[in-house]
Design a protein around this ligand. Structure first.
Ligand SMILES: Cc1cc2nc3c(=O)[nH]c(=O)nc-3n(C[C@H](O)[C@H](O)[C@H](O)COP(=O)(O)OP(=O)(O)OC[C@H]3O[C@@H](n4cnc5c(N)ncnc54)[C@H](O)[C@@H]3O)c2cc1C
Length: 190
């Protein structure tokens, strides 16, 4: 493993490419920001694509969520109403299940890759965010570990989309999952 510490910069650095992180990245990318989206997995979508979910609780009526489901439907990978055959029996198994929207999570990965690419978002996958670079009380960057070694990645805006607060949470937790906060000598300058 390379022991050198690499350095990268982006305007917007987003840790976690689940629905929260990925959609924030798409929105920022479309507004012209230079966005770097980081995930420990090899694909975007988090639980939405990689968690074996195959149904969401309602059809998104607007925004990027709707775009994703429109694209899934166009590929035959989602249905807009559970009464659409052949899924009727599958989605009438419980209270409120008539609202559910079945989709193919593997196709969701492809659709997210496509939309992220169109929005000009850079991806750093198979990369674990292990710490935050602090200046006073402000997060200025993240520390990332992957096959290339350890990297410090700084940004003007740092977003935590890890769903666990891995970047934003206080440095010391009562569990065994204690995160070390790094104040790098090469602290990110604004
Ligand atoms: C068991 C379960 C079943 C669910 N079923 C449904 C359902 O049927 N329908 C429905 O609509 N919703 C369901 N949900 C809810 C839905 O999954 C969440 O609301 C949604 O995924 C939250 O999105 P998120 O982006 O906040 O987090 P996540 O989807 O969890 O994404 C977080 C991302 O951050 C990455 N990450 C985390 N830590 C790090 C780190 N340190 N470094 C790098 N990357 C990191 C993860 O790999 C992941 O890609 C379910 C949730 C669970 C847990």
């Amino acid at each position: 493993m390379n022991s050198a510490i690499g350095y990268k910069e982006a305007e917007v650095v987003i840790a976690g490419a689940g629905p929260g992180g990925a959609l924030a990245a798409i929105a920022a990318g479309r507004m012209g920001a230079k966005v770097l989206l980081i995930d420990q997995l090899g694909f975007p979508g988090g639980m939405f694509s990689g968690g074996n979910m195959s149904v969401t609780n309602c059809w998104p009526w607007a925004g990027i969520g709707k775009e994703i489901f429109d694209r899934l439907k166009a590929r035959g990978a989602a249905i807009s109403h559970p009464n659409d055959p052949p899924n009727y029996p599958l989605f009438h198994f419980g209270a409120y299940s008539w609202r559910n929207v079945p989709y193919d999570p593997e196709a969701a990965k492809l659709v997210l890759f496509e939309i992220l690419q169109e929005a000009g978002v850079s991806l750093l996958l198979h990369s674990y965010v292990t710490g935050a670079i602090m200046e006073g009380n402000q997060v200025r960057g993240v520390v990332v570990e992957n096959k290339s070694g350890r990297q410090v990645i700084c940004g003007k805006v740092i977003c935590d989309g890890t769903a666990d607060g891995d970047v934003a949470a206080p440095p010391v937790r009562s569990s065994s999952k204690v995160k070390t906060r790094v104040t790098a000598p090469e602290s990110c300058s604004r």
